[in-house]
Design a protein around this ligand. Sequence first.
Ligand code: TYM
Length: 334
Amino acid sequence: PTRVLTGITTSGTPHLGNYVGAIRPAIAASRAPGVESFYFLADYHALIKVQQPERVQRSTLEIAAAWLACGLDPDTVHFYRQSDVPETTELTWLLACVAGKGILNRAHAYKAAGDRNRELGEDEDAGVTAGLFMYPVLMAADILLLNAHKVPVGRDQVQHIEMARDFAQRFNHLYGEHFTLPEAAIEEQVATLPGLDGRKMSKSYDNAIPLFAPRGELKKLIAGIVTDSRAPGEAKDTEGSALFQLYQAFAAADETAAMRQAYADGIGWGEAKQRLFERIDAEVAPLREKYDALMAKPAEIEAVLRAGAARLRARYAIPALARLREAVGLRDLT
Ligand code: TYM
C-alpha cells in the first residue's frame, strides 16, 4: 500500500489553515483504497517554539480532538503523539550525522530567524537554538521512520520534505537502500490559506481563525478579514482577495464560480463576508459539535493516542531502528 504520513505541531489551537492544508485532505486520503496512513501530533517540534508545558499539553489535546472530530478512524489510521515514539529522536541523530549543515542553513524557519535578528541589528544567532536549526532533521526522521511515500502538507512544508529526500539519499548511498524517498502532496487550490490580514494563516502571526471557534466568534473574526475600500456596486478583484481565497477553500466549483461573478457584479464586502461565514459554518458546525464532546473526555483521547503509539512502535518503529542501528554499526538492542 501507499504510505501517507503527516503531522501538525502542537504549539497552539488548530486553525482553518491546518484543516484545509492538512487535516481535510489527509482524512480523505486515509479513506482511499490501498492506502496506509500515519497521522501524528508533533510535540517534539512544539518544544522548538513553546516552552510552556501546559500549552504544549493543551494543544496536543486540542489537535488530537480536531483530527478525531474531523473523522479520523484510529482503527484504520496510525494515530499517535510523536514523543510517544522515542525511536523518532534516535533516528534524528542517525540522520543528523549524514545531513549537510549547508542544507540546513537554507531552511526557511531558521533563515527567517536570522533575517529578523539582522533587521533588529542584533547578533544573527540571538535566540536561535540548535533545535530550530535541526527542525528539518527531526521532520525527516518522522517521515523516514515509517518510509512514507506521500506527505500531504501546505506549501510552507515542501522544502522540508525535499530535505528529507536529500538525507534519505545520502543515508542510502552510505548504508544501503533503507529509505523510501518521500514526496510532498499539495492541494494546489489551497496550498496557502490566508489569514485575517491576508498573510499566510499561522499560529505565529496572530491572524488565525480557530477551526472550532464558536459560531459567534467565527462570525466576528470573518468580519475582520482585510478588504480594500471599494464600495458595494463597484466590481471587486478576486485576485489577491483573502476573502475570496477562503471562500474557494470551502466551496464547490460552481459556488466559487458564482462568487467570482458576484465579485464582478460588485457584491458588497458585508454580504461577501456573510456568505463566507455561512459556507464555513455549514462545513464546520457538525464537526464542532463532535469536537466539543471529545474535549469533555480527555482520558478517552489519551487512551486512543497511547494505543496508537504502542501499535506503531511494535509493528514499525522498534524493528526499523533495530535494522538502522545495525546498518550504521551500532549494537542491536532488541
Ligand atoms: P504546522 O503545525 O505548522 O502545520 C500543520 C499543517 O498545516 C499546514 N498549514 C497550512 N496549510 C495551508 N494554509 C495555511 N495557512 C497553513 N498553515 C499551516 C502545514 O503546511 C502543515 O501541513 N513541521 C510541521 C509538522 C510536522 C510534519 C512532520 C509534517 C512535523 N513532522 C512530518 C509532515 C511530515 C509543521 O510545523 O506544521
